[in-house]
Design a binder for this molecule. Structure first.
Ligand code: FES
Length: 114
């Protein structure tokens, strides 16, 4: 089954707002490079990055170690689990990529500092 938001078009909805639904319109800044990637709804951010060939850091893949911590901007998200980040971190747009699901269309901007 395909996600209708993941086709390669730009469309206008009934509220007359333009939405870019290009599947690779999200960006990630990592190791001084910017990559475009697709982030399907319901998929955790880390898996979307790895699927796109981005060498994103991770270790446990369970929300317990913090190795995948990054900044996520551009829309609301939620985490499936979090044993690492404080409320302050989350309010500062920090997320665990291995647990983060997007809740909006974006485009999202992801940043890693290391
Ligand atoms: S890889 Fe350990 S918290 Fe994400």
């Amino acid at each position: 089954m395909s996600d209708s938001a993941d086709n390669d078009t730009v469309h206008t909805d009934t509220n007359n707002t333009t939405t870019n639904s290009n599947p690779a319109h999200h960006t990630v800044d990592i190791e001084d490079e910017t990559h475009y990637f697709a982030w399907p709804k319901g998929k955790v951010l880390l898996d979307a990055l790895l699927d796109a060939g981005v060498d994103a850091p991770y270790s446990c893949h369970m929300g317990e170690c913090g190795a995948c911590q990054c900044t996520v901007e551009g829309g609301e998200t939620h985490m499936l689990a979090n044993q690492v980040l404080s409320t302050y971190d989350i309010e500062d747009d920090q997320r665990l990529a291995c647990q983060t699901i997007r809740d909006e269309e974006g485009p999202y901007e992801i940043s890693y500092w290391f």
